[in-house]
Design a protein around this ligand. Structure first.
Ligand code: PA5
Length: 419
C-alpha cells in the first residue's frame, strides 16, 4: 500500500489542514457518483471478457510483430508509457513505438525510420476518435501497413481503442473489421490507465496486467471509505495552496520515472488548472536535476513545495568498486551499494530543501513492480479527484484544451471552422 507523510517548512501554517482533510474525506462518494467517476471502481469492476481479449491480442502481437506502433496523445498515451518505462521498458520481443503525440514531421519521420521494414501492428487510441495529432499519424502508419501487408492482413494488425458506440475511429474500425477495445464513457483520458487504453500496450510490453490491477484494487480498498492517505495528500496540497504555495514539484530519484512525472503533470494540470485556480505541476528527476533546478528549489522564490515519490525497497546491485589508490577521494564509499547512496542523496535533499523553506511531501511505494505501480497510479488518481473537489473545480473536465484546437482548425481551414 502507498504511504504518505509530510513536513511543513518553518513559517508555513498547518492550521487549516484538519478542515481540508475533513472535506477531502467527504468527496470520495462524490467522485464515485460523478458521471466521469468510472475509474473509482474500475480495479474491481472491469470487463473480464475484454480483459481476456486484451491478453489474447497482446499474444498475437507478440507473435507477429517486432513493433507495436501506439498512436495517441495526452491521456491516450502518457499512462501506458509511464508504466512501461517505470518498470524498465519492454520485456517482450515487441518494442512499443510511440506516434501521434505531436504534429512534428521530424518526430514522425524518425519513428518511420526506426520502424524500417520490421513487422508491426498498430494500436490507435483515441476516445473522441477525432483528435488531429493521432488521426494524422494513423493515416501515415496505416498507409505503410497496407503497403507492406495488403488491405486484408493490415486490418488484422490494427487494434482500435475508442468509444463503444460513436466517433470517427469507432466507425472506421467497424467498417474495416479492426479489433476494437473500449474507452468507457464514464472515464476521461487521464484516468484511463486501467482501461484498454493502458492495458493493451502494457500487456504487449510483457508486463503483468493482473498484478497491476491487483495493486490498484488494493489501493482502492485503502481509500474507498474515507480517502485514506490520498485524502491527506489532497488536504495538505490545498493547505499549501491557500498560503500561496502554488507550484508543486514532483521529485524522483529514478530516471525511469520521467514519463511517470509527465503522466502526473497531465493528471493534476488538466484536472485542477481551471477557473483561474490550481497548483502548477512541475517535476524533476534527481540527483540529475539537482545540478540544474536544485539552485532554484533551494533558494529561489518561495512559492513551491515538493512531493517526493520514494521506493521503500532496496535495489541490491552495483557497489562502489575498491581501488588501491584514492585519487578521486571516494575511498569512504568503497563497497557501499549505489542504491543506498541514491537514497541517502534523497534524504539529504529533503532535509536541505526543508531547511530552505520548502515543505516536503513524501509518497512512498513499497517496491518497483506492477503491483506497487498500480497502487501508486490509483493513489494519485484518487488524491487528484479529492483535491480538485476541495479546490472547488470539476477535476474531470478540460474545457481549456479546446481553445487551441478551435484556432488551429480556423487556420488550417477545417470545414465548419471558417472565420
Ligand atoms: O485526458 C484527456 O482527456 C486528454 O488528454 C485526452 O486523452 C487527449 O486530448 C486525447 O483525446 P482523445 O483520446 O479523444 O484522442
Amino acid at each position: 500500500m502507498i504511504d504518505f507523510k509530510f513536513n511543513l517548512a518553518k513559517g508555513v501554517s498547518g492550521d487549516a489542514y484538519a478542515d481540508y482533510l475533513t472535506k477531502a474525506k467527504t468527496f470520495v462518494q462524490r467522485a464515485e457518483e460523478d458521471d466521469f467517476g468510472g475509474w473509482v471502481n474500475l480495479p474491481v469492476n472491469y470487463d473480464r471478457d475484454e480483459f481476456a481479449r486484451i491478453k489474447a491480442a497482446a499474444k498475437k502481437i507478440n507473435g507477429d510483430s517486432d513493433y507495436l506502433v501506439c498512436i495517441g496523445i495526452g491521456g491516450s498515451y502518457l499512462g501506458h508509457k509511464a508504466v512501461i518505462e517505470a518498470l524498465g521498458g519492454e520485456r517482450s520481443r515487441t518494442k512499443i513505438l510511440y506516434a501521434g503525440n505531436s504534429l512534428s514531421a521530424r518526430a514522425l519521420e524518425k519513428a518511420l525510420a526506426e520502424l524500417g521494414d520490421a513487422d508491426f501492428s498498430i494500436n490507435v487510441i483515441s476516445k473522441s476518435g477525432t483528435t488531429t495529432e493521432p488521426a494524422v499519424a494513423f493515416r501515415v502508419f496505416k498507409q505503410k501497413l497496407i503497403a507492406k501487408y495488403g488491405e486484408e492482413e493490415a486490418a488484422k494488425r490494427i487494434f482500435a481503442t475508442t468509444d463503444a458506440a460513436k466517433g470517427a475511429l469507432h466507425d472506421e474500425a467497424k467498417a474495416n473489421g479492426y479489433e476494437s477495445f473500449v474507452v468507457p464513457d464514464n472515464i476521461g483520458g487521464r484516468y484511463s490507465v486501467f482501461t484498454a487504453v493502458g492495458l493493451l500496450p502494457i500487456a504487449v510490453a510483457g508486463i503483468d496486467i493482473d498484478a497491476l490491477m491487483d495493486g490498484a484494487a488494493e489501493e482502492r480498498a485503502a481509500t474507498i471509505s474515507d480517502g485514506g492517505k490520498a485524502a491527506e495528500y489532497a488536504a495538505v496540497r490545498n493547505t499549501l495552496l491557500a498560503q500561496g504555495y502554488d507550484i508543486e514539484i514532483l521529485a524522483n530519484f529514478e530516471p525511469d520515472f520521467m514519463y511517470f512525472n509527465e503522466w502526473w503533470k497531465q493528471l493534476y494540470g488538466e484536472s485542477e488548472g481551471k477557473e483561474g485556480k490550481g497548483i502548477y505541476p512541475a517535476s524533476v528527476i534527481d540527483s540529475t536535476d539537482l545540478h540544474s533546478m536544485g539552485q532554484y528549489i533551494q533558494e529561489g522564490r518561495r512559492a513551491l513545495f515538493e512531493t517526493f515519490v520514494e521506493l521503500a525497497a532496496d535495489k541490491n546491485g552495483v557497489t562502489v568498486p575498491q581501488f588501491g589508490e584514492n585519487l578521486d577521494g571516494l575511498a569512504y564509499l568503497e563497497g557501499k551499494e549505489l542504491d543506498w547512496i541514491n537514497k541517502t542523496a534523497c534524504e539529504a535533499t529533503r532535509e536541505a530543501h526543508l531547511a530552505g523553506g520548502v515543505s516536503i511531501l513524501e509518497v512512498v511505494m513499497p517496491d518497483l513492480d506492477e503491483r506497487s505501480l498500480g497502487g501508486l497510479i490509483y493513489f494519485f488518481e484518487m488524491a487528484c479527484a479529492l483535491s480538485g473537489f476541495v479546490l472547488g473545480v470539476n477535476p474531470f473536465n478540460q474545457p481549456g484544451v479546446e481553445a487551441y484546437k478551435t484556432r488551429m482548425f480556423e487556420l488550417l481551414g477545417k470545414p465548419g471552422y471558417e472565420k
